[in-house]
Each structure stands twice: as C-alpha cells, then as structure tokens.
Write a protein that binds this ligand. Structure first.
Ligand SMILES: [Zn+2]
Ligand SMILES: [Zn+2]
Length: 276
C-alpha cells in the first residue's frame, strides 16, 4: 500500500546526548525526514540527526535526486548536521534549503557556517547543487500534491512552524516554541488545525516553565492543549530536554497520554506511516 513515511533522525533539544541512560530516546538533535509516497524527500531541520540521514541516502538503491529542507530557525542544534551531510558530495543531487526570515540573509548565515576558522569545507567544494532560500511568505508548492506553509512563533530571534500538506494528509512541525504568557499562540493552533500528525516542542513541563521564561520552549501540557484545540489526530512530543533520561521521557509520555491519548514521544529511528 502506498504511504508517506515520517522518520525521526534526531529528537533531542539543545545538545546531543550520547549518554547511556538516553539511548532509547536517542541523542541526535532535531531532524525529521518525510518521504512521500512518490519518493519526494522533505527534511525538517538539520540537527546532528541529518548526518545519519545523509549516510543512509547513499545506501539506497533508488535515492531521491533532490531534497527540500525546511529550517525552523538557525540555532546550532537545528543546523550543525548540515556540515556532515554526505549527499553534498554527489554530482547528481540538488538540495533546496529554506530558512526563516532573519536579520541576516540566508547567504550570510551559511557564510558564517563555512567560515574557515570554524570549518575547512567551503560551498564550492560541493559536487551537489545547493539552493539557499528564505521561506516565501505565501508558502511553497513542491509538486501538485506537496504544499508547505509556515507561521512565525515565539523563540529567541524567532522561529517558524511548518505545515506540510501531502494530498489529503497533513503534518505540522512546530519546535522551539514559547507561547505568550497568558494563552496558547493562536497562529500555532491555526496552522495545526486538523493535522494528521503534530510534531511539537515538549522540552519542559508546566512546573518547569516559570523558571525558564524566555528560553523559548513549551511544555507537554501545552502540546496536549494545542492538540485538543486544533483537533489534531496524533501528537508527537519532540525536542526532548537534554536533561531527561529515557525514564523521564517515558514518564512525560505517559502523563501526556492521560490528557491526549493519541500521543507518542519521538524516539530516534521511529517511523510513522500515513497510508494514502
Ligand atoms: Zn532547539
Ligand atoms: Zn532554538
């Protein structure tokens, strides 16, 4: 049966956690692959999880010839994997990267990443074609059946939530998200409306939020509340705190399921299949 597949290559927030007590959930930072039933490759964020994703593409017998990458924002834990993405050294590969609107241009941002003080490889050394873009305000159509839209949300220096429409299925990715003081962000509820899968920042608990005001993250309770209000089908808790071991994440998952039953905590390597 034809299906879209969401695969989680990195689910950790802020820092990689290659620690023994965090192996079940995984240590790589933010990176999610969406492989459409037509073999289109969509990537959400380029944390360290992008490195194994790139290596795995090289092993495929019929790999996609291009990728469309959407970056929530440019904090290190969402971009550092870019430097280790093996398909950049393939001749017949094209990578379209879209980032949020920023004070710096997208070319300046990637220029910083390649600054010779910090990294020896420069873009002209790539064999692949690299296209850097700011995500268009009116959204983007990759093909007749794949549409992407975005909204801005609160985070230090801002971040984008993305909604990926695949025919009649929809996936919403909203991470590094801090809600306003007294309410859930209405734009986020709007973009998540009726989504089949909502992947959302659950770095903190409600109890931890007051001490982390301005850090730019939300709680699993807020994720569950957004899911209810937006009539989401499945909630995926994501961007786990680097402080939380496997037991702590399992605990959060159980607590969230008591409020919004169709919840799962993202784990590295996990796949969600959406039959079309
Ligand atoms: Zn982050
Ligand atoms: Zn961030």
């Amino acid at each position: 049966m034809a299906e879209h597949i969401i695969k989680f290559w990195g689910v950790r927030g802020s820092f990689p956690t290659p620690d023994r007590d965090k192996i079940e959930v995984g240590g790589h930072t933010s990176c999610v692959e969406i492989r459409t039933a037509d073999n289109d490759l969509i990537v959400l964020d380029m944390g360290t999880g992008l490195v194994p994703l790139g290596n795995s593409l090289l092993q495929e017998s019929n790999p996609p010839k291009s990728a469309h990458v959407f970056i929530s924002h440019f904090h290190w834990d969402h971009i550092i994997g870019y430097l280790g993405f093996a398909p950049f050294f393939l001749k017949d590969f094209t990578c379209h990267i879209y980032g949020k609107q920023d004070k710096l241009s997208i070319d300046e941002i990637f220029g910083h990443l390649h600054n010779y003080t910090f990294w020896p490889v420069e873009i002209p050394m790539y064999q692949a074609e690299l296209n850097l873009n700011t995500f268009p305000e009116n959204g983007l159509k990759i093909s007749d059946s794949v549409k992407i839209s975005a909204c801005k949300h609160g985070h230090p220096n801002g971040a984008n939530s993305y909604r990926i429409e695949l025919g009649n299925k929809s996936i919403v990715y909203s991470t590094d998200l801090e809600h306003p003081d007294d309410q859930l962000n209405p734009n986020v509820i709007d973009i998540a409306r009726d989504a089949d899968v909502l992947i959302m920042d659950a770095q903190f608990t409600d109890e931890q939020l007051p001490a982390h005001k301005g850090w730019g993250h939300s709680s699993w309770q807020q994720c569950a509340a957004v899911s209810k209000q937006a009539n989401v089908k499945q909630l995926v808790l994501y961007h786990h705190s680097p402080a939380n071991n496997d037991e702590a994440v399992r605990e959060i998952e159980k607590d969230a399921q008591a409020v919004f039953p169709n919840t799962i905590a993202a784990r590295q390597g996990m796949e969600i299949k959406l039959p079309i």
